[in-house]
Design a binder for this molecule. Structure first.
Ligand code: 5AD
Length: 463
């Protein structure tokens, strides 16, 4: 990046809550604004603050509003500061966000990101209370402006490139607010996906993470239809792309052809994030999850057969309305049988516009303290499983894709093994984007530590 342009551009502070789709949207916002704004780490250095919100659980929503609260003083000392709110809460609440917090200059929905530059310009020229949350198709609308420019100032591209393949969701999980905030499922054209992935690889990415609410239902709405497997195969032809990941597939959409890819496609990382949500058939039915415990375990067996070292990770909800101790134990049973390498686990949170909110009364809710204890118990079991799985890697030499500096210990670099486990590296001075071989020395429930034994970039397809 050129020094002059760094100084000429104003500061943009972006805070992202929630999922990788939100991270991707934040990247788009930074890219759209990059000719006038550079991203800064501290809101004090910013002329524009953009908060990308998440409404999946109440806690995340609260965090966004408390951040907005802390910006009050900044706005007092710099009345020209522009504050924008985007993401799922913005989509859902619209104008109400400004009523609740008059410091907010604009609210932009999940399908209106192409409007951000004009909303910022409007706010800077004195327009207040701008709200843009009407659904519109941004993929047809400015796709190139969202993409980093070859030879340009690219604020946020990295070793790991996020690429959205679909938006919205047609599943109707009873607990989930996403279908109302992101709309129905729409697949992006596979040519566009490949073009974006290839561009990001040319700009230095080595890994692509495909994003969608249920990635393995990709392409059913396209004509001609394109399967998720076919999309993966097309992506695997991109030269220089070393690793492919995706998040998240839905168990009900797992097909045999997809499982087979794990044994066939060297770029496909031996990791799958497969949300379980619950191990109890009764609760799965109430969640409207369209699979049962036995089917989930069968899929896992098939995956392990196709790829014996595969790491499985998951999302789990405890304390869904009416969940009994016995239901919860079914969930623990699946966890132990599968041996998840890690999991994200949450206490059920009542969300607006969900069928679970309508279908259950106060009396059906699991006592909060009880749900808290279940969550703790589950997380303790997970921690043991994770530690055991990570320990089994000590002494092995594994391939690590170097991503950058360790956040806490800035002298150490960190990266990920194909299983996605975070790995701190010592020895040598690898650059982000390099594939190195590291001998694993230590393990904790959260990650690995290793020593680089070959600092040469490993070229060609992975073995
Ligand atoms: N309460 C608790 N957890 C939820 N999730 C989604 N909606 C809720 C809710 N209402 C969790 C699911 C999902 C992850 C992204 O968030 O586990 O997979």
């Amino acid at each position: 990046m050129h020094q002059e342009s760094e100084e000429a551009r104003s500061g943009l502070f972006v805070k992202t809550f929630g999922c990788q789709m939100n991270e991707y949207d934040s990247e788009k916002v930074a890219t759209l604004l990059s000719s006038d704004f550079r991203t800064v780490e501290d809101p004090k250095d910013a002329e524009v603050v953009f908060i990308n919100t998440c409404s999946v659980r109440q806690k995340g929503e609260q965090k966004a509003f408390s951040l907005l609260g802390t910006l009050k003083d900044l706005k007092r000392s710099n009345p020209a500061l522009v504050i924008g709110v985007g993401g799922c809460v913005a989509q859902q609440e619209g104008e109400a966000i400004i009523q609740r917090n008059p410091d907010v200059d604009f609210v932009v929905g999940t399908h209106n990101l192409s409007l951000v530059p004009s909303l910022v310009r409007g706010a800077r020229s004195g327009l207040r209370r701008q709200v843009a949350v009407d659904y519109r198709d941004e993929w047809e609308d400015l796709p190139d402006a969202f993409l980093p420019q070859e030879g340009g100032d690219n604020p946020l591209y990295s070793v790991r490139a996020l690429v959205s393949i679909q938006r919205g969701c047609n599943k109707r999980c009873s607990f989930c607010v996403v279908p109302t905030t992101r709309g129905p499922e729409v697949s992006r054209l596979s040519e566009e996906i490949v073009r974006e992935a290839a561009l990001k690889v040319r700009l230095g990415a080595k890994e692509v993470v495909l994003l969608g609410q249920t990635v393995n239902s990709y392409g059913r709405d396209l004509s001609p239809r394109v399967s998720f497997d076919a999309l993966l195969r097309k992506l695997s032809e991109i030269e220089g792309l070393k690793r492919i990941r995706f998040t998240s597939p839905h168990p009900a959409d797992v097909k045999p052809g997809f499982i087979k890819l794990y044994g066939e496609m060297p770029q496909l990382c031996r990791h799958i994030h497969l949300p379980l949500q619950s191990g109890s058939d009764r609760i799965l039915k109430l969640m409207n999850r369209n699979y049962r415990k036995q089917r989930f375990l069968e899929i896992v067996d098939q995956l392990k057969t196709a790829c014996p070292d595969i790491a499985l990770t998951s999302d789990i909800i405890v304390g869904f309305p009416t969940e009994t101790r016995a239901d919860f134990e079914e969930t623990l049973d699946v966890m132990k049988q599968v041996e998840f390498a890690s999991s994200f686990s949450f206490k059920y949170s009542v969300r607006p516009n969900t069928t679970a909110k309508e279908d259950f009364s106060e009396a059906d809710l699991v006592d909060d303290a009880e749900a808290g204890m279940r969550l703790q118990e589950l997380q303790a079991i997970q921690s043991n499983l994770s530690e055991r799985i990570n320990r089994a890697k000590v002494g092995k030499t594994l391939e690590v894709l170097v991503e950058g500096r360790n956040k806490k210990l800035s002298s150490l670099m960190r990266g990920r093994i194909p299983e996605n486990t975070l790995t701190e590296l010592q020895g040598g001075s690898p650059e982000p984007g390099e594939l190195v071989l590291a001998r694993i020395d230590r393990a904790s429930p959260h990650g690995l530590k290793g020593t680089i034994v070959s600092s040469e970039a490993i070229d060609g397809p992975r073995k």
